[in-house]
Design a protein around this ligand. Structure first.
Ligand SMILES: [Zn+2]
Ligand SMILES: [Zn+2]
Length: 397
């Protein structure tokens, strides 16, 4: 018998079925960033039914609640995000999205359902918990800003949590695998918009104008040298121009051209230098072509950096649930995550819970119209979060 099968589980079968049912309910009713009113109401209602006193409207549509605290001890924050994406679902499942053009295509329905399951378990043991667990149901992860909004509204105050943990279902990991990566785990995300202004002209007489299209084309090519020539080859960095717009007709050189996109990086030092590197290239190319460039370069998410000591706690909890050989420590992605905002203030760990199952055809990536998870990952995630929180509080698992 494997270690995983031998351990005592925290959840009964009806409790696991309830987590899946909540997930399906949320999946069928997706709401976009800062519009999670139905979801937040469902969360608050269920927390109240557990005897907790949720605070709603935190960071606009977020919900906070505290379990335990009857015995003195530290406070640990557990976070789930609640928002969906503007995508039309293409899955033909009984719980498919009932809202056209909206879909839980990242799995945040899973995270919310899991944290409600965890709340139910912890509420049962509230009197004996050596410390408190702050349950944080966060809006607007995808659009950015949800975590910061909750922090501005007091999510990290009175008292300040000593640690923060969260999880994400993970489609590049098979069901039964769990990723706990110490150090940089997800990338910093910046986004940029550039407007290049030249002088419009007849397409047949380019010398009478200043062509912003040729200029922006050189900018796009030159920006790739940030990764290939300016950053150390040993560092990860991505520069992606994802939208380019210019012009109205085949025979008119337009007066302006526009682009936007994103940069991703792990290394904090390179992250600091990126805005200047970016602007130097854009302005230099603009000048060389006789154009003017307006640059709007913004920070979107910090890098998600897991604290090694908190990782050891999450790793031990995960190993109890799926077995040591199924805990991987090198999962990393250039994707970003605004859980990083919590980790900027308190040590913690963001856990990747394998959700892919090729045998069931559940292989589509996050943000794909056919994204779906093997729901067995819900129980694994809930079990790991409960054990991580209890280990941190010192109450064992
Ligand atoms: Zn996402
Ligand atoms: Zn996500």
């Amino acid at each position: 018998m494997s270690t995983a099968a031998a351990i005592r589980r925290s959840f009964t079968d009806p409790e696991l079925a309830e987590i899946a049912a909540v997930r399906r309910d949320l999946h069928a009713h997706p709401e976009l960033a800062f519009e999670e009113t139905r979801t937040a109401a469902l969360v608050a209602e269920r927390l109240q039914a557990l005897g907790l006193e949720p605070r709603t409207g935190v960071g606009k549509t977020g919900v906070l609640a505290t379990v335990g605290g009857g015995r003195p001890g530290p406070t640990v924050l557990l976070r789930a995000d609640m928002d969906a994406l503007p995508i039309q679902e293409e899955n033909d499942v009984p719980y498919r999205s009932s809202v056209p053009g909206r879909m839980h295509a990242c799995g945040h329905d899973c995270h919310t359902a899991v944290l409600l399951g965890v709340a139910r378990h912890l509420a049962r043991e509230a009197g004996t918990l050596p410390g408190a667990v702050r349950l944080c149901f966060q809006p607007a992860e995808e659009s950015g800003g949800g975590a910061e909004a909750m922090i501005r509204d007091g999510a990290l105050e009175a008292p300040r949590p000593d640690a923060a943990f969260g999880l994400h279902v993970w489609q590049t990991l098979d069901l039964g695998k769990v990723g706990v990566t110490p150090g940089p785990f997800m990338a910093a995300v910046d986004d940029f918009t550039v407007t290049v202004t030249g002088v419009g002209a007849h397409a047949a007489m380019p010398h009478l104008g200043v062509d912003p299209v040729v200029c922006i084309a050189h900018m796009i090519a030159a920006l790739q040298t940030i990764a290939s020539r300016r950053a150390s080859p040993l560092l990860e960095v991505v520069v992606s121009v994802t939208q380019v717009r210019a012009g109205t007709a085949f025979n008119i050189i337009p007066g302006t051209a526009w682009m936007n996109g994103t940069t991703r990086v792990f290394d904090p030092e390179l992250w600091k230098r990126l805005p200047e590197l970016f602007q130097t290239i854009v302005r230099g190319v603009a000048e060389a072509f006789g154009c003017r460039a307006e640059v709007d370069y913004r920070r979107f998410n910090r890098p998600t950096v897991n604290d090694p000591a908190m990782c050891r706690i999450a790793h031990a909890a995960a190993a109890e649930v799926v077995g040591e050989s199924n805990v991987v420590t090198d999962v990393r992605t250039m994707g970003g995550e605004d859980f990083s905002a919590f980790l900027h203030h308190v040590p913690g760990c963001f856990i990747a819970v394998g959700s892919r199952n090729a045998e069931k055809g559940l292989v589509w990536e996050h943000h794909h119209p056919r994204f779906d998870v093997d729901e067995a990952c819900l129980g694994i995630g809930a079990e790991i979060l409960v054990r991580t929180a209890k280990r941190f509080l010192g109450g064992g698992a």
